[in-house]
Design a protein around this ligand. Structure first.
Ligand SMILES: *[C@@H]1O[C@H](CO)[C@@H](O)[C@H](O)[C@H]1NC(C)=O
Ligand SMILES: *[C@@H]1O[C@H](CO)[C@@H](O)[C@H](O)[C@H]1NC(C)=O
Ligand SMILES: *[C@@H]1O[C@H](CO)[C@@H](O)[C@H](O)[C@H]1NC(C)=O
Ligand SMILES: *[C@@H]1O[C@H](CO)[C@@H](O)[C@H](O)[C@H]1NC(C)=O
Ligand SMILES: *[C@@H]1O[C@H](CO)[C@@H](O)[C@H](O)[C@H]1NC(C)=O
Ligand SMILES: *[C@@H]1O[C@H](CO)[C@@H](O)[C@H](O)[C@H]1NC(C)=O
Length: 368
């Protein structure tokens, strides 16, 4: 039985594995002292599911041990004293492959978390009984989860966070929501190229994560309908080129765009927006040149550039950075190909760059 211990482990797992997305912010555990089973249905009638009463948070239902879809359905056909639950969870279940349309009877949930199981299909309408109550949906590491009713999501009027990670989702066609603030689709075999309007129907989005989906290109303007966006995560993809206007955004509260761990070699003008408070994480890419015309408007606009682990050529193209401490203040961890930090470079050899356009000798540069 997983019970509260399983639930706690799940929360810790979430916090560690997806800490950058921090869905765990929303998953604070209630005071253990108030935990019991006072409001729960008769434990015999729901076995092998277990119910825990978390006081003001409500009731959690853990069905990790249930061995058939028939049994799961039967459990929720019983008329409970209270039908509104806080969470439904199923962790490591190898027997439930389908959540059928009517599976939860009249039970409603605020949160679904189904992790590391054999789930393959969530049928149209399976979760819709909770359309007025569900705030959080976490489907993590269900490697065979292939079918999900994305077209139902717009009906969930207070849904805040929706994560389907490390599953087998190829398309999210029909996904729209007037309430969703957090979306994660990391490590799914999404059909590429991504539809240019993937995020257009999600006007309240604050955080989006599309890490590890083998993206090679991005359609310019793909976040241009997301006025409240703060965080965009695209780590561990195969992006090598960023076209002009790729990340143009109407949001004035952008905090982070991460394209770390890609293969980015070239970046066109205005690929990134100039928003004070924005950090662009470019670590572990293939950038050789940081041309002033492209990057200086960002540092001058107080955008922070994380540059660690790029094979930068420390020649005259970098003079704008080496000679200007202000600009340097807005870069982190930049190193020349070979490992010498930009901040160690002796400025003098670069002073001739603007007069002569002569390439400078590497030996000059590394004198500190
Ligand atoms: C729970 O249900 C079982 C089987 O229906 C019954 O025998 C038992 O008395 C019930 N317990 C309570 C506390 O109602
Ligand atoms: C996923 O499906 C494959 C092929 O049907 C099966 O071998 C595997 O056990 C399934 N994985 C899980 C976690 O059920
Ligand atoms: C993933 O989905 C594809 C269809 O989109 C299917 O052919 C494949 O068998 C699925 N893989 C797993 C592991 O379920
Ligand atoms: C990405 O591509 C690699 C190589 O083609 C493949 O092995 C991997 O499964 C893909 N990942 C996803 C999430 O589709
Ligand atoms: C950046 O500078 C390099 C070297 O001077 C040049 O080859 C490249 O075309 C420049 N890129 C852009 C986008 O201006
Ligand atoms: C990267 O830069 C930050 C801020 O300057 C610093 O705290 C961190 O130690 C650096 N990391 C590496 C690997 O140099």
């Amino acid at each position: 039985m997983l019970g509260l211990q399983g639930f706690t482990l799940f929360v810790i797992f979430l916090a560690i594995t997806y800490s950058h997305l921090s869905p765990s912010n929303n998953l604070q555990l209630p005071n253990q002292a108030s935990v019991g089973n006072q409001g729960c249905p008769n434990s015999t009638t729901i076995s092998p599911c277990t119910c825990t009463d978390h006081g003001s948070y409500g009731l959690s239902m853990d069905c990790s041990e249930v061995q058939s879809e028939e049994r799961l359905k039967q459990i929720f056909q019983v008329q409970f004293p209270m039908n509104s639950f806080w969470t439904f969870s199923m962790v490591g279940n190898k027997d439930i492959k389908v959540l059928a349309e009517d599976i939860f009877g009249s039970a409603t949930f605020e949160m679904f978390h189904i992790t590391d199981g054999s789930l393959e299909t969530v049928e149209d309408g399976a979760l819709t009984g909770s359309k007025d109550t569900a705030k959080f949906m976490y489907f993590l590491d269900n490697k065979n989860l292939t079918k999900f009713p994305f077209q139902n999501i717009h009906e969930f009027r207070i849904l805040d966070s929706f994560y389907i990670l490390s599953s087998n989702i190829s398309s999210t066609s029909g996904l729209s929501s007037g309430s969703l603030t957090q979306l994660g689709l990391d490590y799914n075999p999404l059909e590429l190229p991504l539809p240019a309007n993937l995020l257009d129907g999600l006007p309240e989005l604050v955080r989006v994560s599309l890490a590890g989906v083998n993206l090679t290109q991005l359609t310019p303007g793909f976040i241009s309908h997301n006025y409240h966006l703060e965080e965009l995560r695209l780590e561990h993809n195969n992006i090598n080129h960023l076209a002009a206007d790729t990340f143009q955004s109407p949001s004035r509260s952008l905090r982070i765009i991460s394209v770390a761990n890609n293969h980015i070699q070239d970046v066109e003008h205005q690929a990134f927006p100039v928003v004070e408070s924005l950090t662009i994480d470019l670590q572990h890419n293939a950038l050789v040149y940081l041309n002033a015309s492209i990057w200086r408007p960002l540092t001058e606009g107080h955008v922070m550039l994380r540059l660690g682990d790029n094979p930068l050529a420390c020649d005259c193209d970098l003079a704008w950075l080496v000679l200007d401490p202000w600009n340097q203040k807005y870069t982190e961890n930049g190193t020349c190909d070979g490992g010498v930090p930009i901040s160690w470079l002796e400025p003098t050899p670069f002073e001739s760059c603007w007069d002569t356009q002569q390439p400078i000798e590497t030996t000059d540069i590394y004198l500190v």
